[in-house]
Design a protein around this ligand. Structure first.
Ligand code: SF4
Length: 324
């Protein structure tokens, strides 16, 4: 198992493992708060129905497609040997299905998820506290079949982190470069989250010189508020910016102060929106780590100082990376 690599800014270079065709790649993740065991369902070809300009999946030469047998072998190899050799005593925070594309497009998603759940259940000492996470661009929620697949994955013990980039069609198109209508994505989220809780994750970054401003954030807040009002169960909202170079090259990370300011726009709007119960907590991830969580000491105060507190994990403050 390869040791972790970092670029000149100290950010994990796990994409090298993904590009080398690995199905399992350890990474220090901002959003996981430490060591995350990434699962790549598409080692041979990026497979996605979005074309996000901030996507971190670069072209890669690798002929072998995903196979359940190879995945089970690689996962066992890392958990039983690679972790002790290269990462101990770092706690494994999660096993995360993400990798080079949209997981719900894989015909082997359910089987791969079941292998993750089984691997966790037979290694209680190493993985007893580890979460199972699936990161999706939310297009799987558009169909009843897709919602069924994702629901069965969630029933295995997975948290679903669902992308919602933008609160109006223009912002959504800028960030997804897709043919989808934001209204359809939101409706899919609403239907699914009426039954099961979701974590919403939203990228905030500059694209070709255009940054999300207060107006866009207000539109986003209205969209989230409408979801909540209609009964959607959102367990948290993750706002994050770029941590590493994007394959499109036209994106730039927002600074911590701007992230905090936009989070406060959202927080204030949700606090005043009519909805049952308290709004979901907001977690903020700047380019170099976790800036804070709503309600936590420092949330908001750092907006004026421009400072942030970095994620924990291997390498401490410099560690800031996760799957695309
Ligand atoms: S960031 Fe994710 S959803 Fe967007 S193009 Fe890349 S793999 Fe697809």
């Amino acid at each position: 198992m390869k040791a972790e690599r970092r670029n000149a800014a100290g950010v994990s270079e796990h994409r090298l493992d993904r590009e080398a065709g690995r199905l399992v790649y350890p990474v220090v993740s901002r959003r996981s708060g430490g060591l995350s065991v990434g699962v790549n369902l598409f080692p041979d070809l990026k497979t996605c129905n979005f074309d996000c300009p901030y996507c971190e999946v670069f072209p890669f030469p690798e002929a072998r497609p995903f196979s359940l047998a190879r995945f089970e072998s690689e996962l066992g190899e890392f958990l039983d040997e690679g972790w002790a050799a290269s990462w101990a005593p770092e706690t494994v925070r999660d096993i995360c299905i993400s990798g080079n594309g949209e997981p719900s497009l894989s015909p082997l998603l359910e089987e791969a998820a079941a292998l993750c759940a089984a691997a966790r259940s037979v290694r209680p000492e190493l993985l007893g506290g580890a979460r199972l996470v699936l990161i999706t661009n939310s297009t799987g929620f558009l169909s009843e079949r897709g919602r069924g697949v994702l629901g069965r994955v969630q029933d295995l013990g997975f948290e679903l982190w669902a992308k919602l980039d933008g609160g109006d069609q223009a912002a959504f198109e800028r960030l997804s470069r897709s043919r989808y209508a934001l209204g359809d994505i939101v409706e899919g989220l609403r239907i699914y989250a009426a039954e099961r809780p979701l974590v919403v994750q939203t990228m905030l970054c500059e694209v070709e010189g255009v940054s999300p401003g207060d107006g866009e954030m207000a539109a986003y807040a209205r969209t989230v508020a409408e979801l909540l009002r209609s009964g959607a169960r959102l367990s948290s909202i993750q706002l994050y910016t770029l941590a590493r170079p994007a394959s499109g090259g036209a994106c730039r990370a927002l600074g911590d102060a701007e992230m905090l300011r936009l989070a406060e726009v959202l927080s204030l709007a949700l606090a005043s929106a009519p909805a049952e119960g308290a709004p979901p907590p907001i977690e903020l991830f700047g380019s170099r780590g976790n800036i804070g969580s709503e309600g936590a000491p420092g949330f908001g105060r750092a907006a004026s100082s421009g400072s942030g507190r970095a994620a924990g994990g291997r390498g401490g403050p410099a560690a800031a990376s996760e799957s695309a």
